[in-house]
Design a protein around this ligand. Structure first.
Ligand code: AVJ
Length: 322
């Protein structure tokens, strides 16, 4: 039997546009210039990201799926969750491993998905309602802002997979985890996926692959600004760059102006100049140590109760309780 699908829009097209205008106005005037990664994911960007997850150089998705394959039943048994709440759910492809286990043990009653992309969300919600026969509630929203409006029925398992948490700056991360903790009740669980520190050369390849998919993903941001805000970026005049920043513990993706240039962003009335070699930071992707994950969860009031890595030790899933 097909489950009921409901959708709730916390970020409509007008809010989304206002947020983009704000981020671009602030980010292109900041020093160094920086934009948040949320704007990568238009249709092209989402498709490029899916293709990246299949690259041999990009180990995160495969490693996390391996862990879920091995641990889903144990996670289901430990959480006995009636609702699974996924933050930044995207296609919810790996989440099916958890949902299979929850359905099999008979506890699953509801799925709640929060994602910024209405199209991807609606599609994922339909597919899950069809497959599991439970109610699926989709919330179009931003996990940096709307956690307070998200809630599953009964005993909840909240999931934040894919090391998406690595995109947040340390203070944003602390705020995010504290908000999660505040939304959970005794008996609920939180499952967090984090990419782990490893050889900088392998990391560099994961974020600058020989096929150039990550470069295209990065430059797509400029195509988004050209289309949405009538900007006149020449994406090919910017080089894709991914650097391991040891002091910060993150990979930083940037777009570096190959030569001096001026860019107009018509819809926000902005004229910005780039010096030759000047960079626009487009993403940070934090790589964690196991002890750091435990410490950050604990600081937010979440008690880790189990953790597992893939056999290569690249990626970690941590289960925690409020
Ligand atoms: C989806 C945010 C986890 O940081 O590795 C992939 C996005 N960026 N290649 C990551 C991404 C460049 C990805 N996250």
């Amino acid at each position: 039997m097909r489950g009921r699908v409901s959708l709730e829009v916390l970020v409509g097209p007008a809010d989304r546009r206002a947020a983009l205008c704000r981020d671009v106005t602030e980010g292109l005037q900041a020093r160094p210039k920086a934009l948040p990664p949320v704007w990568f994911y238009d249709e092209t960007g989402s498709r490029l990201f899916e293709a990246i997850t299949e690259l041999p150089e990009y180990h995160l998705t495969r490693a996390e799926r391996q862990i879920l394959d091995a641990e889903a039943r144990r996670i289901a048994a430990a959480s006995r969750a009636e609702s699974l709440v996924e933050l930044g759910s995207g296609t919810s492809e790996k989440t099916r491993l958890l949902l299979d286990a929850l359905a099999e043990q008979g506890s699953l009653r509801q799925v709640v998905l929060l994602d910024i992309s209405a199209e991807v969300l609606a599609e994922a919600a339909r597919a899950l309602a069809q497959r599991y026969g439970v109610a699926v509630h989709g919330v179009v929203g931003d996990f940096r802002q709307h956690l307070g409006k998200v809630r599953g029925e009964g005993r909840q398992l909240w999931c934040f997979l894919g090391s998406t948490i690595g995109n947040l700056l340390p203070d944003e991360r602390a705020r995010f985890l504290a908000t999660v903790a505040g939304q959970l009740a005794a008996g609920d669980h939180f499952l967090l996926g984090t990419d782990l520190c490893r050889d900088p050369e392998r990391l560099a390849l994961a974020y600058d692959d020989p096929k150039g998919l990550t470069a295209a993903f990065n430059r797509n941001l400029l195509h988004v600004l050209n289309r949405e805000l009538h900007a006149d970026f020449d994406p090919e005049a910017f080089a894709h760059e991914a650097r391991w920043r040891a002091a910060e513990g993150w990979v930083e993706m940037r777009l570096v102006a190959e030569e001096a240039q001026a860019v107009r962003v018509a819809d926000v009335g902005l004229e910005v100049t780039f010096e030759a070699g000047e960079a626009l930071r487009t993403e940070i992707s934090t790589k964690f140590r196991a002890a750091q994950v435990a410490a950050e969860l604990a600081a937010a009031g979440l008690v880790p109760c189990a953790a597992a890595t893939d056999p290569a030790g690249d990626f970690q899933l941590t289960l925690a309780q409020p």
